[in-house]
Ligand binder design. Sequence first.
Ligand code: ADP
Length: 244
Amino acid sequence: MITVKSLNKYFGDLHVLKDINMEVDRGEVVVVIGPSGSGKTTLLRTLNILETPEEGEITIGSRFMNFARPIQKKQIVEFRKQTGMVFQNHNLFPHLTALENVMEGPVTVQKVAKSKAKKRASDILTKVGLGEKLNVYPHQLSGGQQQRVGIARALATGVEVILFDEPTSALDPELVGDVLDVMKELAEEGMTMVVVTHEMSFAEEVADRVLFMDQGEIVEEGSPEQIFHNTQRQRTQQFLKRIR
Ligand code: ADP
């Protein structure tokens, strides 16, 4: 579903992504862990071309990008349509209700008829446990509920891949569980997911594969069992020791 080859990204002199290669199968859940500043968010944003790398190739689904060549805006727009992104701070429109927030992408980007988009948005919000909150505004929702609207938004356009950037790290601890439960359900339904998170128990339970990043490199990847319990790499061991 996703193939990344020799991806390199710089911010000025800072080499943030160093020759990243990765593959994600259809239906796979890949969790990216690593110290702050190691490039996790930049990697995720690059997959959605919110950041443009200097070198490398990304294939998602049927679309391919080679960043060594000039890229047209239209290509980026098309490429982005394949992935949904859920951010740390949900980025909802404050003046739109939960329902309107979820309808917005299908109606304005995909030109879906309003009545159809409304029905679908309502179904998706019900699925994420917000069937009672269709007509309320973001400020009337808890952080966890807002984040679930964010996930519903990502789902509404029918994407096959969802990229999660620390979806629970801005939430009060008691709100984290509901959001992780929705993510678990999506994983069980076969959604392809790349998740940057500090929730190691989620990674252990839900990830098919864990990538450990440090200083812009994928240092190690493997099953949760291998990374959390059997790593032979010193950098991975040191990171896990610090967070445990
Ligand atoms: P992580 O998600 O692992 O914490 P990031 O991808 O956010 O790491 O950041 C990787 C490095 O790139 C950090 O050193 C960070 O300061 C730097 N960085 C991130 N975004 C920018 C930017 N827009 N401009 C300059 N430097 C950036």
